[in-house]
Write a protein that binds this ligand. Sequence first.
Ligand code: PRP
Length: 213
Amino acid sequence: MRNIRIALTKGRLEKYAVNMFEAIGVDCTELKDKGRKLIFKDDKSGIEFVLVKSADVLTYVEHGVVDIGIVGKDTLMNQNKDFYEVVDLKVGKCMFALAALPDFLDSQSYNVKKIATKYPTVARNYFRNKGEDVEIIKIDGSVELAPILGLADAIVDIVETGSTLKENGLIIVDKICDISARMIVNKASMKIRKERIGSLIEKVQSYVDNNQG
Ligand code: PRP
């Protein structure tokens, strides 16, 4: 019987996930002392973890080589992939927002607005829902620079504490949606490994209910 394979994202979410899986009885010793290794097995619980970049969690889960993924809603929203979203872990909380320099609100220009973002799909869907035609400019980081340097009129980005916006003189124009970490499952795995995955989902959900209530 193959182990249940779970993809974790490196970084902040990884730490939370490790604590969570330990609390529900998975031995994560190897994962905590990992060096440069990327795959970790706990044969006793029949679970193995792989460490990947957040966008790649979806790729591995969609292809079914990984059964379960722990990943931010921001990543899920920016890719049109097929999976079940089963638990809201209620951590890694932040939001998607439209932000700009304060004079954006006074601007009367009828030109098509330029929107810089690391999340083109999210931005495109947001403006499509508003019925507004915009030009999306894909940026890979430090998106706040775009309106300051005149590359874009506004940005669609993640806001957590709000410090990056504040320190760069930008304001929130509109809150788009809340974000938190999610547990996702490959659709075929859910059928083939129904009992083991079902029991894992229950344990994770009750961990979240008791810890993040
Ligand atoms: C993210 C996001 C904002 C910042 C928001 O960037 O794109 O820039 O964090 O956090 P805050 O509201 O707490 O200031 P990240 O740290 O991933 O860096 P990047 O811009 O280089 O992608």
